[in-house]
Write a protein that binds this ligand. Structure first.
Ligand SMILES: Nc1ncnc2c1ncn2[C@@H]1O[C@H](COP(=O)(O)OP(=O)(O)OP(=O)(O)O)[C@@H](O)[C@H]1O
Ligand SMILES: [Mg+2]
Length: 507
């Protein structure tokens, strides 16, 4: 499914895939047993592809063997040489192999048929590949299409199922490793987990993850752009915690929340006695020494403050307010902005030289509308979290998931997360159905009907309107308790206060 191209949006196909993804992702939340997971995924694949059999083989790189359980619930394991046969070829080459006539293909290993007494007519094998680091962990094979042979669409379905399963398999493996309580593994798994908190198998999210992985050993400055709620904070943390600086400080500063008069002191520190009664204070650049400073909403900094940051980046020293000597600092700077900084440069409100220093690498976070295929996975991930927090056992019906996929989501992943929180909080039965969605955010089409003016407004205006409404609703719901409202909305208290100021909402 291509989310960028609405013409390619096929509800029936989508429906089928969603059900499969739903089943698997729900299991991913609860199923930590690798064997059970493999069975489940194989069954789903056979059903979806109308195949007689489906098997998942894991690759043992040391012996170059593929292995799998012989049958559902069995502990017996089948192992064979990955250099022979089509599943092995898919695992070793990382390529999709579709064979319409098995006995006329040189790569086919008929010895297995002889051993098992099964007659393979046609087969399709795809690699199980971790899209983050490209590692192939095995192969996924389906045998004997019920009618005819496997086609290009089947290849696509099996590949997307394989992408889901690879993550599930690796998560299950990580948990298995964790229970070994091996200190070394702990760190590895911890690192992998830090990144896996970013959910999404869409190519756009996967390419962000690949980029994070690729630059994990360097300290380059990264600019993260994207609409509100697309995960910019999450990415900043992933960049820090996957870098060699992970055990040094990570300091996040929201530039929009800094009054102009305090910017310098906050960033660079101040010496004692600069004015009567002033005590010395360490600035955030110094506090982040050896680690990472994340400057959020960088587009809101004044030109004067921008010039000072540029000096720190160039000279790698900070000058405290009233200080006589410069203090050397080693800080990686990550920045985020939901403003279009290039447009700000044209307007003369953002320095071009600073922009290029900050944007050594640019990560653009997609809006949720661009990664609709990730919505079921994200929804189930948030559902799992909410259920754990509230000790409830709740599921989303397939219809609900489909409706969630179709929505506009101007507030992006955060809005989806809040919608799931709302659904769980209001749930009065075990399965959330379409009727429960009624009082939620209207769909885009419905919105258009009700308010054509709003439909024509820019995304930014729509986001702001929604954000304002959500904050106002949550403040009334919590009796103006900012702490509670901030928590429920997924904001820091200061973040909420800033937004309240921006929307002129009374405390
Ligand atoms: N791909 C993702 N996987 C899991 N959780 C996500 C993902 N993207 C965003 N989130 C969650 O959505 C919420 C909003 O994300 P985040 O705060 O990082 O967005 P943001 O882009 O920094 O928003 P803002 O512009 O308002 O500061 C967070 O709770 C975050 O954990
Ligand atoms: Mg943010």
């Amino acid at each position: 499914m291509s989310s960028a191209n609405p013409a390619a949006y096929q509800p029936s196909r989508l429906h089928e895939r969603l059900s499969a993804i739903l089943t698997i992702s729900q299991q991913m939340n609860s199923e930590r047993d690798l064997g059970v997971l493999l069975d489940l995924v194989a069954r789903e694949a056979a059903r979806l592809l109308e195949a007689d059999r489906a098997s998942i083989f894991l690759l043992d790189r040391e012996t170059l063997e593929l292995w799998s359980k012989v049958a559902l619930g069995s502990d017996e394991i089948i192992r064979f040489d990955a250099r022979k046969g089509i599943a092995g070829a898919a695992a070793l080459t990382g390529k999709v192999i579709n064979v319409s006539d098995a006995y006329n293909d040189d790569r086919f290993n008929s010895a297995i048929d002889t051993q098992t007494g099964y007659r393979t007519r046609n087969l399709l094998a795809v690699p199980l590949q971790n899209l983050i680091d490209g590692e192939v962990v095995g192969a996924f094979e389906v045998l004997n299409k019920r009618h005819g042979a496997f086609d290009a669409e089947d290849e696509e379905v099996l590949q997307s199922l394989a992408a889901q399963s690879t993550i599930a398999i690796q998560t299950a493996r990580s948990i298995g490793e964790l229970t070994k309580e091996n200190a070394h593994l702990w760190h590895e798994v911890e690192g992998r987990y830090a990144r896996h908190r970013i959910i999404g198998t869409s190519p756009k999210i996967q390419s962000v993850l690949q980029l994070i992985e690729r630059i994990q050993d360097s300290a380059v400055n990264v600019l993260i752009s994207g609409e509100s709620g697309t995960g910019k904070d999450l990415i900043a943390k992933a960049l820090h915690y996957s870098s060699p600086r992970a055990r040094r400080p990570f300091i996040a500063l929201n530039c929009a929340a800094l009054p102009e008069s305090l910017v310098e002191t906050e960033l660079f520190g101040i010496e004692k006695g600069v004015a009567t009664g002033v005590n010395s204070r360490v600035g955030q650049f110094q506090a982040a020494d050896g680690g990472t400073l994340f400057l959020d909403e960088i587009g809101d900094l004044s030109l004067a403050a921008q010039a000072k940051i540029l000096r720190v980046l160039e000279a790698k020293v900070v000058d405290r307010v009233g200080g006589r000597t410069s203090i050397p600092v080693d800080v990686r700077v990550l920045t985020a902005s939901n403003k279009d900084l290039e447009a700000e440069i044209k307007k003369g409100t953002f320095r071009e030289d600073l922009y290029y220093r900050l944007k050594v690498i640019h990560i653009r976070m997609p809006s949720l509308r661009e990664i609709r295929e990730d919505i079921p996975l994200l929804a189930n991930h948030f559902l799992g979290e909410c259920c754990r927090d509230s000790a409830k056992q709740i599921e989303l019906s397939n219809c609900v998931l489909r409706r969630l996929v179709e929505r506009e989501w101007p507030g992006n992943v955060r809005q989806l997360q809040n919608e799931i929180k709302r659904l769980v909080a209001c749930a009065h039965k075990r399965v959330i159905t379409e009727e429960d969605l009624g009082e939620g955010i209207p769909e885009a089409r419905e919105q258009e009907r009700k308010s054509p003016a709003r439909a024509r407004a820019s995304i930014k205006d729509a986001v702001e309107e929604l954000e304002r409404q959500m904050i106002s609703d949550m403040l009334s719901a919590t009796g103006n308790n900012q702490q509670k409202a901030a928590r429920a909305l997924g904001l820091s208290r200061q973040g909420l206060i800033n937004k309240m100021k921006r929307y002129r909402l009374q405390a």
